[in-house]
Design a binder for this molecule. Structure first.
Ligand code: NI
Length: 382
């Protein structure tokens, strides 16, 4: 990539990092995206698609089409990178997942495609809001993304700490897990803490349930299948000398195929009911909603691998992650593939969703280059 464009993209990425838009509040980011596209000479820009989504269209005849997606939202995390000039200026909000880099890289891909005379067809650049649990992809699809902007296939990516900077990982099938949030509420009968025989104690039931839930994956799933059940919130009790009447457990479950997902849900419901019966309380399980598995389609996976091999080092042996990704909504509708691009070493806790995370600007040329390359290959592909 021309060093001037790389420097421009770095400047844009840092601007976005300094001015993050929380999930469902990406208006300023969307306006920035549309302004940069207009400066490049893009005339077809649809704003407000599925919330703050922006879809820009590059059209050069032909009847072939492809979509490229970048997500734009930030997280409710207070940044701890005091040492960088592009530190977040919004209290309690930061780009801790590198979506600032995804947005900048998609702008870079637009520029590369505009300056490249070698392709024909239609490229839709999908700047997606509300990826972080805000249902942004689902809303874009529901509001007619693929009807308004028909595309044969779609490609996306995520920056990946721990993978060498600029290395592109293409997965065989599953890239990111399916998952959902769930709650288990135990309702009993409150009493004085010193008169426990007068209670039906939901606290003791909840304690046993936390432990028993760890057998759901361990004893119901094939050990080689991916599955996670994590309890992350325990709510209940006010007074230290009262056994409360209600304790609620909240958590998240993840899986890589639908059968594992059904087994996990059945397991959680069975354990909750069994524990409730054992301790003489009532259990109510609230399951979902969640995201589906982000799985590559075979032909698009190969297109992504060919584009990756042309741009940077390619890895095809990286296992999927149990994190979730909204891109799953797109590849549930049309064929597509999702790759990871290494962000470099995850030093000093610089992992995704960490208060010290920072996107690596050095990978912007690889990311923009990959997106432009895969789009061109998709437009030529059979
Ligand atoms: Ni992310």
């Amino acid at each position: 990539m021309d060093p001037t464009l790389a420097a421009t993209l770095t400047g844009w990425r840092r601007h976005l990092h300094a001015h993050p838009g929380l999930t469902l509040h990406e208006g300023e980011t969307a306006a920035f995206v549309a302004a940069r596209l207009r400066e490049m000479g893009v005339s077809e820009i649809a704003e407000g698609v599925g919330g703050h989504g922006v879809v820009a269209t590059l059209r050069r005849g032909g009847n072939r089409s492809v979509g490229l997606r970048g997500d734009m939202d930030a997280l409710p995390i207070a940044e701890q990178n005091d040492d960088v000039p592009w530190r977040s200026t919004v209290p309690g909000v930061m780009h801790a997942c590198g979506h600032d880099g995804h947005t900048a890289a998609l702008l870079g891909a637009a520029k590369l495609l505009l300056d490249d005379a070698s392709w024909s067809g239609t490229v839709h650049l999908v700047f997606q809001p509300a990826e972080e649990g805000g249902g942004g992809a689902k809303r874009m699809v529901a509001e007619g993304l693929f009807a308004r902007f028909p595309m044969e296939r779609i490609f996306g990516w995520h920056n990946w700490p721990g993978l060498p900077a600029g290395t592109i990982a293409v997965h065989e099938r599953a890239v990111m897990a399916a998952g959902c949030r769930f709650e288990v509420a135990f309702e009993g009968h409150a009493s004085h803490a010193a008169l426990p025989h007068l209670s039906r104690d939901p606290m003791v039931a909840a304690g046993h349930c936390i432990v028993a839930l760890q057998s759901v994956v361990a004893r119901n799933l094939d050990p080689l299948a991916g599955g996670v059940v994590s309890i992350t919130v325990v709510q209940g009790g006010e007074a230290q000398n009262q056994i409360p009447h209600l304790v609620t457990l909240k958590g998240t479950a993840r899986w890589l195929d639908a059968a594992a997902g059904r087994a996990i849900e059945e397991g959680v419901r069975r354990v909750a009911a069994g524990i409730a019966a054992t301790f003489g309380v009532a259990a109510a399980v609230n399951w979902g909603p969640g995201v589906e598995v982000t799985a590559n389609h075979p032909a698009e996976r190969e297109l992504a691998a060919e584009a990756a091999a042309a741009i940077g080092p390619l890895r095809r042996d990286v296992p999927p992650a149990m994190t979730g990704e909204d891109f799953s909504c797109f590849v549930a509708e049309i064929p597509g593939a999702f790759v990871w691009i290494g962000n470099g070493p995850a030093e000093g806790g610089r992992e995704l969703h960490n208060a010290r995370y920072d996107f690596n600007d050095a990978i912007l040329p690889v990311a923009s280059g990959f997106l432009a390359e895969v789009a061109k290959r998709a437009l030529r592909a059979g």
